[in-house]
Design a protein. Structure first.
Length: 426
């Protein structure tokens, strides 16, 4: 039995990585910002939606890991098997969303950076500095060392969040101020926020392609090819943690802010301070510096993962579209990766400057855009793992297929609702 446990731990240590990167990406804006806002503005009303969308999106993220493990190629390669129009559509959707997504994540990360070091006087230069550091780290290939630090601090934030959550439950929700009236959900602004919340809950569906790339990179790094069940276990564990944390952040926002008469700030640094205060109100003022450092490090890890994910996916897509030799290795054309880093940084900065100091508007726009894109990527992923591209024994179970169909219908339905709400002033 001991030897069996030792063997399982060894295989898990060789497999672990892609799921942790996924969780680090997800715990950023969707949890620290959107989940907390959901609780602060609507109490526990949106908790069911958070659980529902997390469940219905699950198959499409898992399919990225599944496809990579079985075929030893990324799911982006699979899009080409669906036909060049599918690959081109993925390419265009990525370009359409990447500046807004990266800009939103970077803007939030800059707020936590300013809050931690108290350097709000830098203004717009804060995010420029952050983007430059991220691009430099990835360009020189030093992400592995930083990844270890991110995992360590993510554990600190995990422990802090669980502690704050349990203490908040013990203390119970705050008393509502006199005359408090909760926000209306079923109007244009309420529905728009609901869509924005679900757009990145737990994260955008198109990030499933990143997960497949990270799965392949981990195999290359460790020279270990895990069994399908090992890859899926690592991802499922990480996904479960992201879902649990999302619920905790909603409850934290609801118990500490809902009914207080306070609004979450729209300035990124002020917002970061308010989020950190959620912890210190329950854990104690002594924890402020620890929580501030942990929250910033998690956001910093998120922005690095976003830069890396978009650059990797763009590079692979360009290889498949514009080169005849589809097996071109990244090491042979490393310059492409660096060029994409520069393009993403520059375009995202333009987006951030356009939205100026309006944190909520930028985040809501980026997350809603991701939600509208989600049905297309979901359909692509489903077709790749249920058609003739995978052997029968490697395909998902009937239960997962049914969940996928329900998820696709759900995503399409809410995308239609968004279009009606936005363009017909419903």
């Amino acid at each position: 039995m001991f030897l069996n446990l030792k063997e399982k731990f060894y295989s898990f240590s060789k497999t672990a990585g892609p799921g942790i990167l996924f969780a680090s990406t997800a715990i950023g804006v969707s949890h620290l910002v959107q989940s907390t806002r959901a609780g602060a503005d609507f109490g526990l009303l949106l908790l069911g939606f958070v659980l529902l969308v997390t469940l219905l999106k699950y198959p499409f993220f898992e399919y990225g890991s599944r496809y990579a493990n079985v075929t030893q190629t990324s799911i982006i390669d699979g899009y080409k098997k669906l036909g060049r129009p599918a690959l081109w559509l993925y390419f265009l959707l990525t370009i359409a969303s990447m500046f807004f997504v990266t800009g939103a994540v970077g803007f939030v990360a800059a707020g936590f950076f300013e809050n931690l070091f108290g350097i709000s006087f830098l203004g717009e230069f804060t995010i420029i500095i952050l983007f430059a550091i991220c691009a430099l780290i990835l360009a020189i290939g030093k992400y592995t060392a930083l990844d270890g630090l991110i995992k360590l601090v993510a554990i600190v934030l995990l422990i802090s969040t669980v502690s704050a959550f349990l203490l908040t439950l013990w203390n119970g929700p705050i008393d509502h101020v006199q005359g408090f009236e909760p926000k209306e959900l079923w109007n244009a602004s309420g529905i728009f926020f609901l869509l924005a919340l679900m757009g990145w809950m737990p994260t955008a569906v198109d990030l499933s392609s990143w997960n497949s790339l990270w799965t392949l990179e981990r195999m290359k790094q460790t020279n270990y090819r895990p069994k399908l069940k090992e890859t899926l276990f690592e991802f499922r564990l990480a996904y479960l943690i992201t879902g649990i944390l999302a619920v905790m952040f909603v409850i934290l926002g609801a118990f500490i802010l809902f009914g207080s008469g306070e609004e979450l700030p729209n300035n990124n640094a002020s917002f970061a301070h308010k989020i950190v205060t959620l912890y210190t109100q329950t854990i104690g003022d002594w924890s402020y510096l620890i929580i501030s450092a942990s929250a910033f490090t998690v956001m910093f890890g998120t922005i690095i993962a976003v830069f890396d994910g978009y650059s990797r996916s763009l590079q692979r897509t360009v290889e498949l579209i514009f080169t005849r030799q589809e097996l071109v290795l990244r090491t042979k054309i490393r310059a492409f990766y660096v060029i994409f880093l520069i393009i993403i940084s520059t375009g995202s900065l333009v987006v951030v400057f356009q939205f100026s100091d309006n944190l909520k508007e930028l985040v809501d726009f980026a997350t809603t855009l991701s939600f509208v894109i989600a049905p297309i990527i979901a359909i692509f992923n489903y077709k790749l793992v249920t058609g003739n591209f995978l052997e029968i024994e490697s395909q998902p179970s009937i239960y997962l297929r049914v969940l996928s169909v329900i998820g696709i219908i759900f995503l399409i339905g809410f995308a239609v609702v968004f279009i009606i709400t936005r363009f017909y002033n419903f």
